[in-house]
Write a protein that binds this ligand. Sequence first.
Ligand code: ATP
Length: 528
Amino acid sequence: MLTRKRLSLNPEDSLFFYPMSQDTFKKITAHAKEYGFIFPSSEIYDGLSAVYDYGPNGTLLKNNIKEYWWKAMVQLHENIVGLDAAILMHPKVWKASGHVDAFHDPLIDNKDSKKRYRADNLIEDYMAKIQTKIDKEVKKARKRFGDSFDEEKFLSESPRVLKYKKQIEQIGDRLNKALSNNDLEELKQIIIDLEIADPVSGSRNWTDVKQFNLMFDTHIGAVSGSSSKIYLRPETAQGIFVNFSNVLKTSRMKIPFGIAQIGKAFRNEIIARQFIFRMREFEQMEMQFFIRPGTEKKWFSYWKETRLKWHLSLGFDKNLYRFHDHEQLAHYADAATDIEFKFPFGFKELEGIHSRTDFDLKSHETHSGKKLRYFDPETKETYVPYVIETSIGLDRMFLAVLSASFTEEKLDDGSTRTVLKIPAILAPVKVAVLPLVKKDGLPEIAREIFNELKWDYMINYDEKDAIGRRYRRQDAIGTPYAITVDHQTKEDGTVTLRYRDSMKQERIRITDLKKELNRKLHLRTWLG
Ligand code: ATP
């Protein structure tokens, strides 16, 4: 979507309020690297800011997330078809979509530190600091009053808290007004009035605020010049809109129907932080659902509910998700909500659901001169369809899965185990096959099991080190099941099946393994 989101001042939105989680977040990023999930891009050249590569386990997890989304959207919906549009598109696409003129952030430089910031972020951070003061007041009061402390009453009556709240409100109003009016001078004035200093150098020597377009541009063909300038797509959605007629003609779809696409998008984010949460090259999983005008409210609710259900099907705590309805809507949207996820740094947007009206198709009609309409056989009318969009960042989903899965557990023997409790359907490796010892014919049996199961699932075979260490290695990459071949296997044809999360083991016949795994890992078990 085109508009950039502004801060909703919820205390949980700031890193400030999560000193412990920040620590956890560091552990998660280190773990992701150590176990081959995510590497900084071009690391041997010191990396490229906000660009990341997915390692062997990361690739598997990412592909599984894609597949889970794709099957839920395309395979399980008779009226949704897929598309894979090119990253490079005709430059007029981005004029029509509004990205050339409006896809920008307000940028400000500090003349002394030479650091670059988003002006709105500097102001938002200032507001977040005031919020921290409120939090400190609450903490102090709680300590003072003990069990009898009534937080709600305190928040609505304490003169100091009320003063801080008023400050936040006033700054927020000023900021929103400046942003809506595109008033760059006012943005700078707010920074000056609040005496906001560069967080790195403490300097208040700021340049003027200017707009910075987030699209990457490049040139097509051998000649460079303004006529050959094209963009790397900043969203996948437009590839769907410009193919509306092609898909309609070739797929025999009738409204309501959707087009789904997974693909790379590029945004030259001014500040890219929080690991893979905000990247310059990322992947989106988007679906545009074309509907009859007047039915948008119904379909917007349908997709809100359906998408939340998809998230909840993974089995993480439901309190990790919440809706955040947009109060300020883009000029073309008539409803928008985010599914926010509680990342270690607070609740943040994971997925957007937008009711986009007929803005995009109409705009492409105007700019291309081609009709993008639908003849409705039921009403005998021809119209430009309305659109409900669901748009989720694949990398953000990856981070959500990683952070909700990362667990450190104290065991009875005093040791700690680090385990990724990744939902089995998404786990990079589904099963580890482990011979208890490297002799007595056990590896041969284990190999046989491995060779049988590998046709259906990603399996690891591991015979190196003591069994306990092998279990830990699998826990660390999130393998939900481990099959251990021991001496009893030779006697009765059974193996142990170990569960990652409970560490419980049960004996199971080798001949029953396939059936059992199929039951546990079947799409219907998760989405049915
Ligand atoms: P934000 O407000 O966080 O910048 P947005 O509202 O601009 O996001 P959309 O344009 O609605 O995001 O994009 C849809 C989805 O794409 C987002 O919900 C998010 O999951 C993902 N996304 C957007 N920008 C990035 C990015 N820079 N890095 C990773 N994922 C992103």
